[in-house]
Design a protein around this ligand. Structure first.
Ligand code: HEM
Length: 517
């Protein structure tokens, strides 16, 4: 007997009814589709929850191999444990293994790890796929295209810009009168922002004299602060809540818009100009040095493809973020230690005077003639590394030399702060002693014992830029001023806000020196 069309249809719907037995009779069409989707979602969610529970059980088991770090992460103490690996908990679910010995940090900074999305995604709306956050082939390509921008032939032109910005700071201090009290982070932060805006965008913001009131300057400053604050509040980790409900998240979106539209405008205008004038990589713009935008606009792959406007925008924003608070921290803390140690301050000044011979401007050739100033900067970055730690997740299982192991996917921390205070490498780690970095004392040190700029493939691309900027500013400041710690202001206490800053600032009195003597 051949089944009629009507019979066949009723068989199919009977089958579906049996399959979805929970549905009330008479429901078909859209409801069935919705019911199917709900079923798929429920299965996926259950799998996710089961996986999550199994993973949490696994990491709890693995982490038992290591001691738990009970310190407040904002505290800076010399480590006492022998192990130099300790477990950090961020909230109830995120566990990290912090490593602070050269041998345990080394594999964490190798190409067997990557930057974990749970942390770096906070930067994405601002920095897009810029060098700091990108991964894989995108990162490899951009790192290759960006490396020439930090070649010494380019960096040497920036020395003049660094000198000019320091001059503005010194004039500001001069106008405040002899012995004026100044908060270093505020003033130095504006100077390094001035520098990075000139060097990356060719933008003369006058932020040092006009203050932080311009919308763009306010936005740049707010973004770094807001990202740091976001890491502290678990509720703010949920994108929807952060961006659409919290006031911080809404401000973050608004600041991103301001910063993006400003940098895009500069890049587009510059692109047009470069097209018209036909400037080439080796030449300069109107006799002036090329800034990073010029160089990125001319960077090309082997097949002639360059970076798009939005890619350049992401990289410029990355430089602004990576190259502003970091150098401000490096300069401010070095000045703090020199104000605390008059002998070292005098020795630096003597070295600077010997090189500059009364000149008020630094040149490229002067930079290499400041070994003691360099030792002081390094010792300051040992005591207070501007970036105290970086997070990495393992792309494969890792077994340490002592047999202890970590599974793929776990998050680890390269704890530079702990490393720089590890008593096995640095005796009396809390004492500021620039001679640790004399050539004789550095000779046999482990290459991973001092890592302010990280190490491995993801090390800091801007480290030479940063060292030059710090040397120029410090030399010119010490040539013109004697610094003394302020007696009645709160003492300087390092505190972590992505970069290491000072809890209540660093207060010093600045005494002008007679440079004609
Ligand atoms: C004292 C100053 C500085 C310190 C201590 C410092 C430190 C670091 C550290 C520790 C990293 C690794 C970050 C990570 O793994 O997540 C890094 C990466 C980076 N830094 Fe710096 N930095 C400084 C200045 C600069 C400057 C001036 C620039 C640019 C003009 C810059 C641009 C970058 C970029 C783009 C990266 C990402 C590199 C990559 O992943 O390929 N930094 N920096």
């Amino acid at each position: 007997m051949v089944a009629s069309e009507e019979d066949e249809q009723s068989n199919v719907s009977n089958f579906l009814r049996i399959l979805y037995a929970g549905l009330p009779a008479g429901v078909t069409g859209t409801a069935l589709v919705v019911w199917t989707l709900v079923g798929i979602l429920a299965v996926r969610l259950s799998l996710y929850v089961v996986n999550f529970i199994l993973w949490q059980a696994k990491i709890r088991r693995v982490m038992k191999q290591f001691p738990r770090d009970k310190r407040d992460r904002h505290e800076l103490l010399s480590l006492e444990e022998d192990d130099r690996r300790s477990v950090w908990w961020l909230g109830p679910f995120i566990t990290l293994l912090a490593c602070s010995h050269p041998e345990t940090i080394k594999p964490i900074l190798s190409n067997k790890t990557q930057k974990p999305e749970w942390f770096y995604r906070f930067f994405r709306p601002w920095l897009g796929d810029g060098l700091l956050v990108s991964e894989g082939r995108k990162w490899q390509r951009n790192r290759r295209l960006l490396t020439p921008a930090f070649h010494s032939d380019i960096l040497k032109h920036y020395v003049k810009l660094f000198s000019e910005s320091t001059d503005v700071l010194l004039e500001k201090w001069m106008s405040r009168g002899p012995g004026a009290s100044v908060e270093l982070f505020d003033d130095v932060g504006l100077m390094t922002l001035d520098n990075i805006l000139k060097c990356s965008l060719g933008y003369n913001s006058s932020c040092q004299t006009n203050g932080k009131s311009a919308p763009y300057i306010l936005a740049v400053n707010d973004l770094a602060r807001l990202i740091d604050e976001r890491t502290e509040y678990p509720l703010h980790h949920i994108d929807f809540f952060y961006y659409y409900i919290s006031t911080s998240g809404r401000r973050f979106r608004e600041a991103c818009k301001i910063v993006h539209s400003f940098s895009e405008q500069v890049i587009t205008e510059r692109k047009e100009k470069l097209k018209k004038k036909g400037v080439t990589f080796s030449s300069s713009r109107n006799g002036k040095c090329l800034d990073l935008v010029d160089i990125l606009l001319q960077a090309k792959d082997e097949d002639g493809t360059g970076l798009s406007v939005s890619e350049i925008r992401d990289e410029v924003n990355t430089f602004l973020f990576g190259g502003h608070h970091t150098t401000a921290s490096g300069i401010s803390w070095t000045l703090f230690y020199l104000a605390q140690n008059k002998d070292y301050q005098d020795k630096c000044r003597k070295e600077v005077e010997g090189v500059l011979q009364g000149r008020a401007e630094m040149t490229w050739h002067d930079i290499g003639k400041l070994p003691f100033v360099t030792m002081c900067i390094k010792e300051s970055m040992r005591c207070v590394p501007p970036i105290p730690q970086t997070v990495r997740s393992l792309k494969q299982d890792l077994t340490f030399a002592d047999g202890k192991w970590l599974p793929k996917g776990i998050s680890t921390v390269a704890d530079y702060n702990g490393l720089h205070r590890n008593t096995e490498i640095w005796p009396n780690p809390t004492v500021y002693d620039p001679y640790r970095f004399s050539p004789e004392n550095s000779e046999n040190r482990h290459p991973h014992a001092f890592l302010p700029f990280s190490a491995g493939p993801r090390n800091c691309i801007g480290q030479n830029f940063a060292m030059n900027e710090m040397k120029v500013s410090l030399a010119l400041i010490l040539q013109r001023f004697h610094l003394e710690l302020h007696g009645s202001k709160p003492p300087a206490v390092p505190c972590e806000r992505i970069t290491l800053q000072a809890k209540d600032g660093i207060w010093v009195n600045v005494h002008p020196l007679n440079t004609n003597e």
